[in-house]
Design a protein around this ligand. Structure first.
Ligand code: PGA
Length: 348
C-alpha cells in the first residue's frame, strides 16, 4: 500500500479510500492547469460515466452529500460536457500536499495602501465594473479605511473588500484604531494583516499581528496574512527561517485556516519594481506548503491559498501564475491602474 494511502487511512479512516483510489487513477490531479479527461466511449450506468459515479461516491463518502447532490442535479449531468464540469469540480477535493492548485481558487488582492481619493476610486471602480473579469478568480480590494464604504457602493458586488489593518479587540479606548467589527459593519469582508509596511514602519510584531488575525477571524472577517523576508535576510540565506517564524506566530493563534489567505511578499520586491522571478517565488511557496503540511496539516497545506506579492504587473503576472504553488497575487502599485484587470485575468 503506498504511503499516501496509509496516512489517509490512519487519519480519516475508511472515508478516504475511495478518494485516494480516485486520485491514483486520475493523475490529472498532479498536472496543474490540465482539464480532466474522461473517456467518452467508456460504458456508462444510466448515461452517467464511471468517472462521475466514482466522483459522486467518493464525495459522498467524504460526507459531502449536501454539497454534491444539489450540484449534480443542477449541472447538465446528462450531457458529456455537463458531467465533465461536475467531475472537475468535485473530484479534486481530497488532495494531499503534493497536489496541484486546481482546487484552490485563484485569489488576487489589490492593496491601494494610502492612495486614492473619491475621484480616482470612482475611476478604478468604473474600470473594474466594465471589464470582463475571470469568474474563476476571487478579487479583493484593500481600500483605505476612510473610503471603504464609498468604494463598496461603487465596486461590483462580487468583489471582496478589505481593510488594510484592524486592531485586536472589538472596541475601546484605542485612539486612531479601527476594529474588525467596524470593518464588517460598513461592508468589508476581509482585512490585510501583517503587511511589511505595518511591520517595518509601525513596528508591529509577529505576536501582535497574530493576535489581530485571531480576533479578525473570530469576528467573521477573512484575513490576508502577509509574510516575507527583507533583502538583508535573503542575502544572509535566512528566507525560509524568517517566513517559518512568521508562520509560526500566526499558527499560535489561528486554529481554523479556512478564511485565511497567506501573502508571501519579499520586502525587497515591494514597490521596487524588482519582482521575484517565478522560480524564486515558487521555491518559497513550495517551502511554505511543506511547512504547512509538517506543522498544521496536509489538508490545510493542500487547500490554503498562498499569494505572491511584490511588484506584480500585467507583464509578469502570467508567468508567475503558472507556478503550481502560486494561488494569486497581492498587488500594490499596479492595482491602482487599469492593468490590474490583466493581473486578475492572468490565468486566462
Ligand atoms: P507592490 O506592492 O505591488 O507595489 O510592490 C505590493 C504590496 O505591498 O502588497
Amino acid at each position: 500500500m503506498p504511503p499516501g494511502v496509509l496516512t489517509k487511512l490512519n487519519r480519516n479512516g475508511i472515508q478516504c479510500i475511495a478518494s485516494v483510489t480516485l486520485l491514483q487513477r486520475f493523475p490529472y490531479h498532479r498536472n496543474h492547469h490540465t482539464i480532466p479527461t474522461m473517456d467518452q466511449n467508456r460504458p456508462t450506468v444510466g448515461g452517467v460515466t464511471a468517472e462521475v459515479l466514482k466522483a459522486v461516491v467518493s464525495q459522498a463518502l467524504l460526507g459531502k452529500f449536501t454539497a454534491v447532490f444539489p450540484k449534480l442535479f443542477k449541472c447538465q449531468w446528462k450531457t458529456y460536457e455537463g458531467q465533465k464540469k461536475f467531475y472537475a469540480n468535485f473530484s479534486t477535493d481530497c488532495t494531499d500536499s503534493n497536489s496541484n492548485n486546481m482546487s484552490r481558487k485563484f485569489c488576487v488582492g489589490g492593496n491601494w495602501k494610502m492612495n486614492g481619493d473619491q475621484k480616482s476610486i470612482a475611476e478604478i471602480a468604473k474600470t473594474l465594473s466594465s471589464a470582463a473579469l475571470d469568474p474563476n478568480t476571487e478579487v479583493v480590494i484593500g481600500c483605505p479605511a476612510i473610503y471603504l464604504m464609498y468604494a463598496r457602493n461603487l465596486l461590483p458586488c462580487e468583489l471582496g473588500l478589505a481593510g488594510q489593518n484592524a486592531y485586536k479587540v472589538a472596541k475601546g479606548a484605542f485612539t486612531g484604531e479601527i476594529s474588525p467589527a467596524m470593518l464588517k459593519d460598513i461592508g468589508a469582508d476581509w482585512v490585510i494583516l501583517g503587511h511589511s509596511e505595518r511591520r517595518a514602519i509601525f513596528g508591529e510584531s509577529d505576536a501582535l499581528i497574530a493576535e489581530k488575525a485571531e480576533h479578525a477571524l473570530a469576528e467573521g472577517l477573512k484575513v490576508i496574512a502577509c509574510i516575507g523576508e527583507t533583502l538583508e535576510e535573503r542575502e544572509a540565506g535566512k528566507t525560509n527561517e524568517v517566513v517559518a517564524r512568521q508562520m509560526c506566530a500566526y499558527a499560535q493563534k489561528i486554529k481554523d485556516w479556512k478564511n485565511v489567505v497567506v501573502a508571501y511578499e519579499p520586502v525587497w520586491a515591494i514597490g521596487t519594481g524588482k519582482t521575484a522571478t517565478p522560480d524564486q517565488a515558487q521555491e518559497v511557496h513550495a517551502f511554505l506548503r511543506q511547512w504547512l503540511s509538517d506543522n498544521i496539516s496536509k489538508e490545510v497545506s493542500a487547500s490554503l491559498r498562498i499569494q505572491y506579492g511584490g511588484s506584480v504587473t500585467a507583464a509578469n503576472a502570467k508567468e508567475l501564475a503558472k507556478k503550481p504553488d502560486i494561488d494569486g497575487f497581492l498587488v500594490g502599485g499596479a492595482s491602482l491602474k487599469p492593468e490590474f484587470v490583466d493581473i486578475i485575468n492572468a490565468r486566462q
